[in-house]
Design a protein around this ligand. Structure first.
Ligand SMILES: [Zn+2]
Length: 111
C-alpha cells in the first residue's frame, strides 16, 4: 500500500492510495474502487508488461478521477438510491472528459 495524497471531498477528507492486487481483494476484478466507509479511493498498481496500455500513468489518473467522482456522488448522498449517480458509463464519461471540459471552461472564462 502506498498513500498518494489526501483530498477534500465536499468537506470529508479522503485518502488516495495505490495497492497491489495481491494485497487487496477488492482489486481482484477492478483497477480501482472507492470505499466511502473508509473515506478512501484506491487505484491498482499496474506493472507494465507486453499486454499493458502504453501510457499507464494517464490510465492511473483516469482511474483516480473515476473513483473520486464516486466519492463526490456518495458524499452528496447519491450512492444507492439515484440510478444515474451509480451508472458506471456516466461516471467513466466524466472521468475521461473532465480534462477537456476543464480546458474548455477555462478557455471561455467560465471557471
Ligand atoms: Zn466505478
Amino acid at each position: 500500500m502506498h498513500k498518494l495524497c489526501n483530498v477534500d471531498v465536499l468537506g470529508t477528507e479522503y485518502t488516495v492510495e495505490e495497492h497491489e492486487r495481491k494485497e487487496d481483494e477488492s482489486l481482484e476484478n477492478a483497477d480501482g474502487y472507492c470505499d466511502h466507509t473508509l473515506c478512501k479511493c484506491v487505484v491498482r498498481i499496474i506493472e507494465p508488461d507486453k499486454n499493458s496500455l502504453g501510457n499507464l500513468e494517464a490510465y492511473k489518473k483516469k482511474v483516480i478521477r473515476h473513483e473520486l467522482i464516486h466519492a463526490f456522488l456518495t458524499e452528496s448522498g447519491l450512492n444507492c438510491e439515484a440510478e444515474w449517480a451509480t451508472n458506471e458509463e456516466m461516471i467513466d464519461w466524466i472521468a475521461y472528459q473532465f480534462p477537456k471540459l476543464l480546458k474548455a471552461f477555462t478557455q471561455v472564462g467560465a471557471i
